[in-house]
Design a protein around this ligand. Structure first.
Ligand code: SF4
Ligand code: SF4
Length: 314
């Protein structure tokens, strides 16, 4: 039994799925950046991307089953040839659409009309900006990323993002720590970004770094793996369980394979129910009550105030 499951059993708790609200589509590993903490190991040189045939099958499933939210991620999801197809298909099916946007994609050649496309389709933008200081952002995400991110945010603000259209920012700690309190960090971000750059946004979402992929490698290299796991385990908060994203979300990979969350996808941990193979083999009514696959990395979701794709949980 892994450490997470042991802690759950000590508290006499288990994770079971509730009704589906969100389909999260990971369109592939290609990204225009290669950030240090990336849990996807995404980078410009990655080639694994969703094919047209798979995208069409996913689109059909969205039309048939109408999930309330379609959350498009990657890599940089906009690099997928099918990104706009997913936005249009999900909108036509009545879903709210989320674009997990890294901001620098908005300034890449060939993406000049992306901000207008997002605004015209009222796509919710959830954008990574791990700090409001240039030095910290560049250290985690690469040289020049901060200035490009500010440029991207200005473009979005100019189209009504942060006022008419939803624009949320994502904070994740630079090192092996838990995020600070979400409301306080949000107030700091709002003050600094408005004062220094005239930028507005709606909410700040704090996300705990998952001890997987590139961040796990970094922890091991620095000899911080055990300390980080200890911190996560000692910060276990049972109140986070009801809000875990694996209860109401399914995550699919670029081949349409089903996972309980994007982290399990990266670890290639399929759901325990053997029927949950590819998206087109399941229906939302099979999900409530189903168990999810858990591992030691789950401790990041239940530590402190908790962590999910929509920020802190409690
Ligand atoms: S963290 Fe986001 S922006 Fe950075 S490499 Fe990974 S997918 Fe790309
Ligand atoms: S890592 Fe995934 S499966 Fe584990 S608790 Fe978090 S959302 Fe659930």
């Amino acid at each position: 039994m892994n450490r997470f499951d042991r802690i759950l059993s000590e508290h006499q708790l288990e994770i079971r799925r509730a009704a589906l609200t969100t389909l999260q589509i990971n369109v592939g590993r290609k990204c225009n950046q290669a950030c240090r903490h990336c849990h996807v190991d995404a980078a410009p040189w990655r080639t694994e991307m969703m094919s047209e045939a798979t995208a069409l099958r996913v689109g059909e499933w969205i039309t048939d089953h109408r999930p309330r939210i379609v959350d498009i991620t990657g890599g940089a999801p906009e690099l997928s040839a099918h990104f706009r197809y997913f936005v249009k298909t999900a909108k036509a099916a009545g879903a709210d659409v989320i674009d997990r946007n890294n901001l620098t994609i908005l300034t890449e050649p060939g993406f000049e009309d992306l901000p207008e496309f997002l605004a015209e389709n009222d796509v919710e933008v959830i954008a990574s900006l791990p700090c409001y200081s240039a030095e910290n952002v560049n250290r985690q995400r690469g040289n020049g990323v901060f200035d490009k991110s500010i440029l991207g945010l200005r473009k979005l603000n100019g189209l009504g993002y942060g006022t008419i259209h939803p624009l949320h920012l994502v904070y994740n700690p630079l090192g092996a720590n838990l995020p600070g309190p979400q409301a306080e960090l949000e107030a700091d971000y709002k003050e600094a970004l408005e004062r220094d750059f005239g930028i507005v946004f709606n909410k700040l979402l704090t996300i705990t770094n998952q001890p997987i992929a590139r961040f796990a490698e970094d922890l091991r290299k620095q000899g911080l793996w055990d300390d980080y796991l200890e911190l996560l385990a000692n910060s276990f908060n049972p109140e986070t369980l009801s809000g875990l994203m694996c209860r109401n979300t399914i995550s699919i990979g670029y081949e349409g394979e089903v996972f309980d969350c994007d982290f399990n996808q990266m670890l290639e941990m399929p759901p325990p129910d053997e029927r949950f193979t590819f998206l087109w083999n399941i229906t939302p009514d099979q999900l409530p009550g189903a168990r999810v696959s858990t591992g030691v990395h789950c401790l990041a979701c239940t530590a402190g105030a908790g962590s999910s794709c929509t920020g802190a949980l409690s």
